[in-house]
Design a protein around this ligand. Structure first.
Ligand code: CA
Ligand code: ZN
Length: 300
């Protein structure tokens, strides 16, 4: 039977001190229930800034202790399914997101999900892209708030973290101490207003420990190809580090020198933006599958 972790078992920071809500052997499939990023506190368009407890933000469900996971290993996380609740919410306001310096009042908007679409208004029923905003493992040292992304994953707000994708995280702590939350019914690259269509839900994942692999930042694989996801103080740093990490990872798998591989990556690789509104900014560098297959590169 597939085990479920209830949304009431959550944490606000990824930490080596988080208690295990569940212990599972490597290879287990589990279902993880989640609150939305406001811990379901916003239920109407009239919700005021002061009616929200801002200490109760970005809960991640977990943690999940994966047996045999040791520092230096890799945690493979296959996203098998994302089930969304029936109502999403967006918010923005002064000091929030890219436009926060020009918006005078905190504003929320309830967005019902009807017939597989997000009802933004009467004119626009938006296609869904169910995705996971916060997903990761316990970091190497100090606890990291679930609002901040990093090498351990966390608040990466990356549109490609969706059903069918497989993520790879560096493991820093025994058991990995995995968790996730902050689902979005849809979100644009950048998440410019500081929220996606925030929504509670249920995620089914398969967790597996990989030995003998070591990575510095999370990787993501899907039908189209593979990307590394890097978060830094600036988007420039994040993008450049992502490029370097991917090229360094690829180099030993090819017969090319650094210059030739750089030319290839310049021809086919894509610098992509995940989000530009969190305490660290997140970019990814994507390489299409056919290029990796031509060199029979299997990173994981
Ligand atoms: Ca987020
Ligand atoms: Zn979110």
């Amino acid at each position: 039977m597939v085990q479920t972790v209830a949304k009431e078992q959550f944490f606000y920071a990824f930490s080596k001190d988080n208690k295990a809500a569940l212990r599972v052997p490597s290879g287990s499939q589990i279902v993880i229930e989640t609150y939305d990023c406001f811990q379901n506190q916003i239920q109407s368009n009239e919700a005021a800034f002061n009616s929200i407890d801002w200490n109760q933000i970005n809960p991640a469900t977990g943690s999940i202790y994966v047996e045999d996971a040791l520092p230096g290993d890799v945690l493979k996380v296959k996203i098998d399914n994302i089930e969304l609740g029936d109502q999403g919410v967006m918010a923005t306001g002064p000091g929030l997101g890219v436009m926060g310096h020009r918006i005078d009042e905190f504003q929320v908007k309830i967005i019902p999900i009807e017939e597989g679409k997000a009802v933004f208004n009467e004119k626009l029923h938006l296609p869904l892209n169910p995705m996971i905003g916060v997903i990761g493992v316990a970091p190497e040292s100090e606890p990291v708030s679930c609002g901040t992304p990093g090498a351990h994953g966390g608040n990466m707000d990356t549109t490609t973290i969706t059903t069918g994708a497989t993520l790879y995280f560096p493991i820093f702590q025994e058991g990995a101490l995995f968790g996730l939350g902050d689902l979005h019914a849809a979100m644009g690259d950048g998440e410019i207003g500081v929220s996606g269509i925030e929504i509670p839900g249920k995620v089914t994942v398969t967790l597996e420990v990989l030995k003998g692999k070591s990575i510095r930042f999370p990787f993501i694989e899907n039908e189209e190809g593979t990307a590394v996801i890097v978060s830094k103080e600036t988007l420039d740093e994040a993008a450049k580090e992502a490029v370097e990490i991917f090229i360094d990872t690829l180099l030993p798998h090819t017969d090319m020198n650094l210059g030739e591989l750089t030319m290839l990556m310049s021809a086919v690789g894509q610098v992509q933006v995940s989000q530009i509104v969190d305490p660290l900014l997140t970019a990814r560098f994507f390489v299409p599958k056919n290029v990796l297959e031509a060199y029979q590169v299997k990173l994981f």
